[in-house]
Ligand binder design. Structure first.
Ligand code: KIV
Length: 297
């Protein structure tokens, strides 16, 4: 049975949801199958996150993932998605330097990857870049707080905005991104009280991950919610299913069936058409009789 179509989600839809005080949903996806399921599940936004590096490619941080790898996976997601807004995460090193290069890379995600927006990490210091991307007609999602691409600068994955100067920094970053025109802002790893203040202050919808329930929406990594991450879950991760158990069980059953000779069954095998089978049997019989005659000589 087909899944009923729903209207296309755009950056405007997401902004209108904030105005109507409706919560916004976002999940990551990196391939055709999971993107299809997430889209058919009615999620508003699909982020092709650079978390791809860890949960799909097996790196120990997001830093090594390349532009080509991100584009490859963005295209797979694009082919699957009908309604959700597809956002591509700009990988480390593709926008932090030259603004022109950052804009060109953002354009590639739209033109070659089929993304409808890009995400960049960083606050006030990205405001100029965001404006230039918007000038190039590429909508931008901001990302502040615990920004994994700043791993070495932060000295580890640490909750941000825990003291007054940290709160002031986050507020300045959020306001600068909002003024620059981002269509939404990811708030990652910040105290819920701070996320609530930012959410009230900015027009752009805030999308929380480890930022408490007062954000305008929530995002999680797909592999985390289905227990496929092979890492101890962060405090904010909730498991909604156990794909690891499901897959382990399927693999074990396949192994048992093959080793026992019970897979494939006759019903799971292709068969010759009746006439070909009869012809083949006649040929084999003739061959057999010839062999008997030769042996008897
Ligand atoms: O790459 C990612 O998965 C992210 C998160 C915000 C979910 O950036």
């Amino acid at each position: 049975m087909g899944v009923p179509a729903r209207p296309k989600i755009t950056t405007t839809t997401v902004q209108e949801k904030k105005q109507r005080r409706e919560f916004i949903t976002c999940l990551t996806a990196y391939d055709y199958a999971t993107a299809r399921l997430v889209d058919e599940g009615g999620i508003d936004m699909i982020l092709v996150g650079d978390s791809l590096a860890q949960v799909v490619l097996g790196y120990d941080s997001t830093l090594p993932v390349t532009m080509e790898e991100m584009l490859h996976h963005t295209r797979a997601v694009r082919r699957a998605v009908r309604s959700a807004l597809v956002i591509a995460d700009m990988p480390f090193g593709t926008y932090q330097g030259d603004v022109k290069e950052g804009v060109a890379n953002a354009v590639r995600f739209v033109k070659d990857g089929g993304a409808e927006a890009v995400k960049v990490e960083g606050g006030e210091k990205r405001a100029d870049l965001v404006r230039r991307m918007l000038d190039a007609e590429v909508p931008v999602m901001g990302h502040i707080g615990l920004t994994p691409q700043s791993l070495h600068k932060m000295g580890g994955y640490k909750v941000q905005g825990k003291d007054l100067s940290g709160i002031e920094r986050l507020m300045k970053d959020a306001v600068a991104l909002d003024r620059a025109g981002v269509f939404s802002i990811v708030l990652e790893g910040v105290p819920r009280e701070v996320a609530a203040m930012i959410t009230r202050e900015v027009a752009a919808p805030t999308i929380g991950i480890g930022a408490g329930p007062e954000c305008d929406g929530q995002v999680l990594v797909f592999h985390d919610i289905v227990n496929l991450s092979f890492a101890p879950p962060a405090k904010f991760v909730r498991h909604y299913g156990d794909a690891a158990a499901l897959i382990r069980n399927a693999v074990a059953q396949f192994k048992t069936d093959v080793e026992a000779g019970s897979y494939p069954s006759d019903a799971e095998s292709y068969h010759l058409p009746k006439e070909t089978r009869a012809d083949l049997e006649a040929i084999l019989k003739r061959k057999e009789m010839r062999a008997v005659r030769v042996a008897a000589k």
